[in-house]
Design a protein around this ligand. Structure first.
Ligand SMILES: C[S@@+](CC[C@H](N)C(=O)[O-])C[C@H]1O[C@@H](n2cnc3c(N)ncnc32)[C@H](O)[C@@H]1O
Length: 398
């Protein structure tokens, strides 16, 4: 790698990992942040940049789960080759022996019969090098390592990276109160970007739960970094950590706003969830501008046109109730919210069908391991003569 002094200049290969299907969304976010030619990979996007970019991205990126920096890449012919090449990496220059480490990653190679084995070989190389150089070995901690390495093997090609984020970036540090089915924060940010919300139209989540979508929408609209509340970053445990550079980036990040550039409104039927959403919002300067109403979705007080992005309940065990609920959402959109756009994410295919409106866009996405549909519905007025019963639904765009 490099010394602290060269941290601002050294060009690195930076790979940002994302959830399935959100590669284009992440590339789009990177372009907005000024990275012109992001390379799309499988569940990842690659750019080049400096350590300053690595620090900056860890704080600002909303649609990635980790920021990796490549430390070595090479070709192997055999299992033994992996150990030999891994031994050449200057591990002792990367981190101190008193730090714990772990190795994660993915193996797609017939060289290895057992996909755990390559991890063991790299671990041995690290430990053996430390023993030879400093006569001590660093410990392994798979749950909360100080240093996390990423091993990726595709056929004969090996890439070893350091995961500069450590714990996944959806652990933003702001969600202290959660309900039974919170949406993943990175998924929430990615869906908002995918939805094309213009950051000006009134944003409404009538099933807001702990308020994740409201918070991610507000963070986006205000330009406050999504990870402003996060303390943990694994890059702080690397030997080359430039605390001054990080401090400069962190302190210059926007965090205080005197107003919101748009209205953001939430609602939830459960009083307990409303309290949780309010509690999570309170941690932010924009929290006081976001209203969270305690009511069923159809009673929420909003003035159309609005932009809805929501994650209604989808409990498969109560399918009949889910069907009625989603049918109700469809009717509410049709009759009460003209000239509006609504995006719904749900793991219930049946529920989405029960909405009874033709989606203008459809995506398959994952919220954690859960496969979900993400659909948009547009409502606009029919001829005035026929009144609200004649609301039309836009034709599918794809
Ligand atoms: C899947 S959760 C939403 C989770 C949320 N996105 C989060 O990140 O915490 C669905 C929410 O809908 C609420 N809910 C259920 N029926 C409702 C209704 N008729 N009107 C409004 N909210 C309702 C539940 O209380 C629950 O908090």
């Amino acid at each position: 790698m490099h010394s602290k002094d060269s941290a601002k200049k050294e060009q690195l290969l930076i790979t940002l990992k994302c959830f399935f299907g959100f590669e284009e969304v992440l590339a789009d976010e990177l372009r907005e942040l000024g990275y012109d030619n992001p390379e799309i990979l499988n569940r990842a996007v690659r750019i080049s940049g400096t350590w300053k970019d690595v620090y900056h991205l860890n704080l600002y990126i909303r649609c990635a789960i980790a920021v990796l920096v490549e430390i070595e890449s090479f070709y192997i012919q055999s299992e033994e080759d992996l150990y030999k090449r891994a031994l050449k990496v200057k591990w002792t220059e990367l981190f101190d022996v008193n730090k714990t480490f772990a190795i994660k990653g993915a193996i797609f190679s017939s060289i290895f019969k057992n996909t755990h084995y390559p991890f063991l070989l790299v671990k041995d190389a690290i430990v053996d090098q430390f023993k030879a150089k400093v006569d001590e070995r660093p410990n392994i901690d798979v749950k909360k390592p100080s240093i996390l390495f990423d091993l990726y093997i595709k056929d004969r090609e090996v890439t070893i990276s350091v995961n500069t984020s450590g714990l996944p970036l959806f652990q933003r540090g702001y969600r202290n109160a959660v309900g039974p089915a919170p949406i993943n924060e990175v998924v929430a940010a990615s869906l908002i970007r995918l939805s094309g919300w213009d950051r000006k139209q009134t944003f409404v989540d009538p099933f807001c739960g702990s308020g994740t979508l409201l918070i991610e929408a507000a963070l986006l609209a205000t330009g406050i970094p999504s990870n402003i509340e996060r303390q943990h970053y694994a890059f702080k445990n690397l030997k080359n950590f430039d605390a001054e550079l990080w401090q400069e980036i962190f302190e210059n990040a926007p965090r205080i706003v005197r107003e919101l550039p748009c209205k953001i409104i939430g609602g939830d039927l459960s009083d307990e969830m409303v309290l949780k959403a309010r509690r999570n919002l309170r941690g932010f300067s924009f929290g006081r501008f976001i209203e969270v109403q305690s009511c069923s979705f159809e009673k929420i007080k909003v003035e159309a046109p609005v932009f809805i992005l929501t994650n209604p309940p989808y409990d498969q065990r109560l399918q009949a109730d889910v069907d009625t609920l989603y049918e109700g959402i469809g009717n509410w959109l049709k009759h009460d919210l003209t000239e509006s756009k609504a995006w719904i994410i749900s793991a219930s295919e049946e529920g989405l069908k029960s909405v009874g409106l033709k989606p203008s866009k459809k995506y398959k996405v994952f919220n954690g391991d859960l496969e979900c549909g993400f659909r948009s519905y547009e409502t606009y007025k029919g001829s005035k003569r026929n009144g609200p019963e004649d609301l039309e639904i836009a034709e599918p765009e794809e």
